[in-house]
Write a protein that binds this ligand. Structure first.
Ligand SMILES: Cc1ncc(COP(=O)(O)O)c(C=O)c1O
Length: 405
């Protein structure tokens, strides 16, 4: 079968594939523990549900403008004012089918084939494939050390005549690192000076721990929004635990948002009105659910970190936010793919290999599940890897016997 050269380079999303694998194993009755997930387990906010059901009850479920319904734009404008201290106009906002679509459409809007996009590693799994979908080239910049803080000079050294954009995701998936105020200021100023687009993927910006302050990129722009190449992306998936609603948005210069809207209009039209209204409900509703999720995640992080620190030779930086620990398991196995497969096969714990994020030797371990899942998952990993483990492990009434060294 002949498919396009671009399509040939695109891989399946490894994290979505893992979700399917977990569901399949569970269906078979296997006692799987999914530490590979990327979604909080709390319930959708009641205000989101009420807004959704109100619309459904009206029976008037229609197309929306390609850039979103006015009520959602208004909610995003208020959100931008509250969290970014920047007043934007409806023409600066486009609602999308998740932050994922907002980023994809932004890349399609700014990239020509062969142009380059720079992003720090470890990076979110979708950036390389999204870039390839545009016929463009992704350039991953490795961090200097395991704090995973990128350095401006490393990014600067990779900027060439083909560089068009930089993507920054902080707090970062998979490392959990929140980039320093200094770095965010520097990268905003640098991109302005070099006339580069800067896509800020802020999807985890309210899930930050230890009382730390998340750096706001708008504080460092010198240009009015309509002359700026800063594009801020956000969404309801993580902060409101609304991954299945698929609503995200982009905020940027109106000329850019105009073109993004044209592209999205041909791709999917506006996102489902039902889901847009749910997002309006969440953004305008009672916000205690976000804080309660944040506190739960901070506690889960502490539990996972304490357990990981009992492993001999596993190195893990304390995540500042998100719901991931990115742990270096090289002492046990250099290939993260092999290690992740071993853990599924032997103890049925799902993890994401670091290689998917541009950092082999690591595993991404999610702490968005329950404390029980975290404890049992890490305990099983330890049993599988530690040669001094007892010979047997019981999972429920299943007995596992170590037949490896
Ligand atoms: C860094 C990052 N950006 C964007 C997304 C996509 O979010 P959404 O569900 O809004 O498409 C994710 C989801 O895993 C993510 O981790």
């Amino acid at each position: 079968m002949s498919i396009s050269r671009i399509a040939e380079t695109i891989h399946a999303s490894p994290t979505l594939a893992l979700n399917e694998k977990a569901a399949m194993l569970r269906e078979n009755g296997d006692p799987v523990i999914h530490l590979g997930g990327g979604e909080p387990k709390s319930k959708s906010p009641v205000d989101a549900i009420l807004a959704t059901t109100a619309l459904l009850n009206s029976g008037e479920v229609r197309y929306t403008p390609a850039d979103g319904v006015p009520a959602l734009k208004k909610a995003v404008i208020r959100y931008t004012e509250e969290f970014y201290h920047r007043l934007v106009a409806p023409e600066n906002v486009m609602a999308s089918g998740g932050a994922k679509q907002a980023i994809m459409v932004a890349l399609q809007t700014v990239l020509n084939p062969q142009e380059e996009v720079i992003y720090p590693a470890p990076y979110w799994v979708s950036y390389p494939d999204m870039t390839r979908l545009c016929g463009a080239v992704g350039v991953a910049v490795l961090p200097k050390d395991e704090t995973f803080q990128p350095r401006l000079k490393d990014i600067e050294s990779r900027v060439g005549s083909r560089t068009k954009a930089v993507i920054i995701n902080s707090p970062n998936n998979p490392s959990g690192a929140m980039y320093s105020e200094e770095f965010i200021g520097d990268i905003v100023r640098f991109c302005e000076k070099r006339d580069l687009y800067l896509i800020m993927d802020d999807i985890y910006h309210r899930l930050v721990f230890d009382g730390k302050k998340w750096p706001n990129p708008f504080e460092y722009t010198t240009k009015p929004i309509d002359e700026s190449k800063l594009i801020v992306v956000n969404g309801v998936s993580k902060q409101y635990a609304m991954t299945g609603f698929r609503i995200g948005w982009a905020v940027g210069a109106r000329k850019l948002i105009d073109v993004m809207t044209n592209i999205q209009g041909h791709q999917t039209s506006g996102p489902s009105v039902v889901l847009q209204m749910a997002a309006v409900g969440a953004i305008n509703g009672v916000q205690s659910c976000v804080e309660s999720l944040r506190v739960t995640l901070e506690n889960n992080r502490n539990v996972m970190l304490a357990l990981l620190n009992t492993f001999e030779g596993v190195k893990v930086a304390k995540p500042d936010g998100t719901f991931y620990c990115f742990a270096n398991f090289e002492r046990y196995e250099k290939s993260s793919q092999k290690l992740a497969q071993f853990l599924i096969d032997k103890v049925q714990v799902l993890t994401v290999p670091g290689a998917e994020f541009g950092a082999d030797g690591y595993l991404r371990l999610s702490f968005c599940g329950t404390i029980k899942e975290i404890q049992e998952g890490i305990q099983r990993i330890k049993w599988a890897l530690d040669p001094n483990s007892p010979n047997e492990l019981y999972i429920g009434n299943r007995k596992l016997v170590r037949d490896w060294t």
